[in-house]
Ligand binder design. Structure first.
Ligand code: NAD
Ligand code: DAU
Length: 349
């Protein structure tokens, strides 16, 4: 059945993989990608599908209420997959207001526009909110985040995402907004902006620069290949139950330092360097304020209910990712000139 779907933040890292999957898999759907093209948005991520006739790009800001209302009137969307956000924890520490505006106000603008367009509980309509495992806070040495885990966000970023999740549920409860939410763990893969751990470290190794490990490096994250996240979003969009939350994770926990050592080894192999060369760049630096110790997702609800599982083994995904960055040096060079240099100096010097 044909549908018109709004994907927000489609020029970003995860959004571009979601847009590609939907445009290629559903030729009968019309996919509208709304993106402000902040520093993190990059239309280069979508060159391979930009001329498909079921794809339209709209440059705009979800914080602009009037713009969002007009866009909903123009396209009469059947569904929204909402990924647009400020997404980097370190930036949320230096500039929380930007996160409140985009992540909270922007989400509420989209909810209001959908509420005005759709009837309560209207069949065939869906607001899919893409969220993060960081809303659950930080774990100790054991335990996993479940969909029923209480929210306990610790950073301005995770607080803004938690707030937006609450608004989505409130609109479901109060106005009959048909919705699903997914909370995912750390993604890695092609097209990730080099402020996040893996692309930052890949780029620094390529340039012989220090690898800044926060604190003692013994913080734990659960890593998932980005295409597997996009596949999960597709499944949840089409088969998820109205009003439900699904955790998405890689069943794949690593301490930062162990992960970085594997990255260094695989980079040495890919570059034909003696193993041990990249590890010499590891430099312990001041910790991130309020740094969450451990995230780990129990994704069994999604696995058991919808039959989703990660498709890649971690080292396989990591090598694939490294090879993508090596083959796309121009992509990296374009985004690491100009403003990126200013950000880097502020953050790391
Ligand atoms: P990203 O920073 O790479 O991309 C965000 C995109 O949103 C960019 O294209 C940017 O231009 C756009 N955007 C920002 N502000 C906007 C605004 N006001 N109006 C319109 N567009 C705007 O982010 P990402 O890592 O791809 O994350 C996408 C979503 O997934 C976010 O909601 C994030 O919270 C969530 N998430 C990310 C991860 C991860 O590991 N990266 C994990 C779980 C959940
Ligand atoms: O868990 C999901 C979240 O994962 C997403 O919601 C966020 O959008 C995404 O940015 C990511 O958050 P993290 O803070 O976990 O990712 P980041 O890549 O910034 O950091 C990963 C770990 O590496 C974290 O423990 C901090 C550490 N780190 C990061 C950077 C950038 C360093 O040690 N040095 C660094 O320079």
């Amino acid at each position: 059945m044909s549908k018109t779907i709004l994907i927000t933040g489609g020029a970003g890292f995860i959004g571009s993989h979601v847009v590609r999957l939907f445009v290629n898999k559903y030729p009968d759907y019309k996919i509208i990608n709304l993106d402000k093209l902040t520093y993190a948005g990059n239309l280069e991520n979508l060159r391979d599908i930009e001329n498909k006739n079921n794809y339209i790009f709209e440059k705009g800001d979800i914080v602009d209420e009037g713009y969002v209302i007009d866009l909903f009137a123009k396209y009469n969307f059947d569904g929204v997959i909402h990924l647009a956000a400020e997404s980097h924890v370190d930036r949320s520490i230096t500039n929380p207001m930007e996160f409140i505006m985009t992540n909270v106000v922007g989400t509420v603008n989209l909810l209001n526009a959908a509420k005005d367009l759709w009837k309560a509980n209207e069949e065939g309509k869906l607001f899919y909110h893409v969220s993060t495992d960081e809303v659950y806070g930080s774990l100790g040495d054991t335990g996993l985040f479940l969909e029923t885990t209480s929210y306990d966000p610790q950073s301005p970023y995770s607080s803004s995402k938690a707030s937006s999740d609450h608004f989505v549920r409130a609109y479901g409860n109060t106005y009959g907004m048909p919705y699903v939410i997914s909370n995912c763990s750390n993604n890695y893969g092609p097209n990730q902006f080099p402020e996040k751990l893996l692309p930052l470290f890949i780029n620094n190794i390529l340039n012989g620069k220090a690898l800044p490990v926060y604190g003692d490096g013994k913080f734990t994250r659960d890593w998932l290949y980005v295409v597997d996240h996009a596949i999960a979003i597709d499944k949840i969009y089409h088969e998820g139950r109205n009003g439900e939350t699904y955790n998405i994770g890689g069943f794949n926990e690593w301490t930062n330092i162990d992960l970085i050592k594997i990255l260094c080894k695989q980079m040495d192999i890919a570059l034909g360097n003696e193993v041990g060369t990249a590890e010499e760049l590891i430099t312990y630096v001041k910790d991130r304020p309020g740094h969450d110790k451990r995230y780990a997702i129990d994704a069994n609800k999604l696995k058991n209910e919808l039959g989703w599982a990660p498709s890649l083994q971690f080292e396989e995904g990591l090598v694939k990712t490294i090879l993508w960055y090596l083959a796309n040096e121009k992509w990296m060079n374009n985004i690491t000139s100009g403003d990126y240099q200013k950000y880097y100096k502020q953050q790391y010097n």
